[in-house]
Design a protein around this ligand. Structure first.
Ligand code: KG4
Ligand code: ZN
Length: 343
């Protein structure tokens, strides 16, 4: 490849507990390395101080591996894209400082990326030899992660309209917190999904929010799971192990129903050809199934990214960086991490 005329974007992700680096050449993904920190497992959730320390320890080997796997040289990089926010301040700071130093050393432009926009733009990641048609603008994206739950109308790669979002817990938190009540380790979402495969989704009924409009709320649901389990465990201390699969299936069913009900409401009023799913919770089997069903019922095309691009990754940061590179949208060396960031 002629590395002088190629657009080579190095993407760096460090917003939470995954350290990621990826290389995108002319819009095609050549490498994507993710180091998932397991230090948090013992604590039942992400410990910010441990997360930033783990990012510091891993960022250099992760970036080196991404460059090596892509078979490029550091000098051939056209720009360094990084997650500016939202996320954990200490975690973000590691990626931001690293990206700034590298861009300065290489004398290349810096590109800041909004983590939630990147989850959506993960739909535009192209991998060599894989046929794939990305969603057409405007499309509606349901972004469901551990920190956020949003329904976004995506007008263009740089124009995002938030139609609805959670007023309390995110969908991923609803999975993780109810899993914790069941005694499952962090992150509980994937384990709830696993146990749910063997359970009856209608075995138990939990509260659903009665919120009007497009916003979500999961706190009432979470409390209803907690109170119901406290009551059932009083009657039978082995209630959870005896009914774990049914509990997981019912929890998963309810969270999915809450997600899909609002999305269906949005789709009634916003007619689009394409709908997309993004964020860690889009790895959930029931969410994927119901999303595809809803799309078919509405006559829309459903876009569900491969698993590796659902959870936090740097490929989505590099893909977002590519759009911004083409638009000449660069950041200055004074850019700072932002824990909270508007779409
Ligand atoms: O997008 P992500 O990797 O990180 C954030 O930006 O938050 O999402 C992580 C979330 C966690 O809450 C995790 O439990 C959830 O995604 N998750 C799942 C599944 N896989 C990941 N939730 C339910 N079912 C799954 N299969
Ligand atoms: Zn994320």
């Amino acid at each position: 490849m002629d590395q002088n005329s190629d657009i080579i974007i190095l993407g760096i992700e460090s917003s939470c507990d995954d350290t990621g680096a990826a290389v995108l050449v002319n819009g095609e993904l050549l490498s994507n390395v993710t180091y998932t920190q397991d230090v948090h497992k013992a604590w039942g959730g992400v410990v910010p101080e441990l997360a930033s320390r783990a990012h510091e320890a891993r960022i250099i080997p992760v970036v080196d591996a991404a460059i090596k796997n892509a078979k490029i040289t550091k000098q051939s990089i056209s720009a360094v894209a990084f997650t500016r926010g939202p996320g954990l301040p200490g975690s973000l700071m590691v990626g931001v400082s690293f990206a700034k130093s590298l861009a300065l050393a290489l004398n290349r432009p810096l590109i800041e990326v909004h983590h939630m926009q990147a989850h959506i733009l993960a739909h535009f990641i192209r991998t060599p030899g894989v046929e794939y048609t990305p969603p057409e603008f405007p499309f509606i994206c349901l972004t469901v992660s551990g920190g956020h739950t949003q329904i976004v109308k995506v007008h263009a790669a740089d124009r995002f309209e938030v139609l609805g979002e959670t007023i309390d817990d995110a969908a991923g938190e609803a999975f993780d917190k109810t899993a914790k009540i069941l005694g499952l380790p962090y992150p509980g979402g994937p384990l709830v999904d696993k146990h749910a495969q063997e359970g009856d989704p209608h075995a138990f009924r939990f509260a659903r929010p009665s919120l009007k409009g497009y916003d979500y709320s999961f706190s009432g649901f979470k409390t209803s799971v907690l109170y119901a389990l406290q009551k059932w465990q009083k009657e039978d201390p082995d209630f959870i192990p005896k009914h774990l699969d049914d509990l997981c299936a019912s929890i998963q069913f309810t969270i999915t129903e809450i997600l899909m009900d609002k999305l269906a409401l949005v789709l009634k009023e916003h007619k689009v050809k394409d709908i997309a799913l993004a964020g860690g919770v889009s790895a959930n089997s029931e969410v994927r199934r119901r999303f595809a069903e809803l799309a078919a019922a509405q006559g829309c095309r459903a876009h569900i990214p491969p698993f590796a691009y659902c959870t936090d990754n740097a490929a989505m940061i590099a893909a977002s960086g590519h759009f911004k590179y083409l638009a000449g949208d660069f950041s200055s060396q004074n850019v700072m991490a932002m824990a909270r960031m508007e779409m």
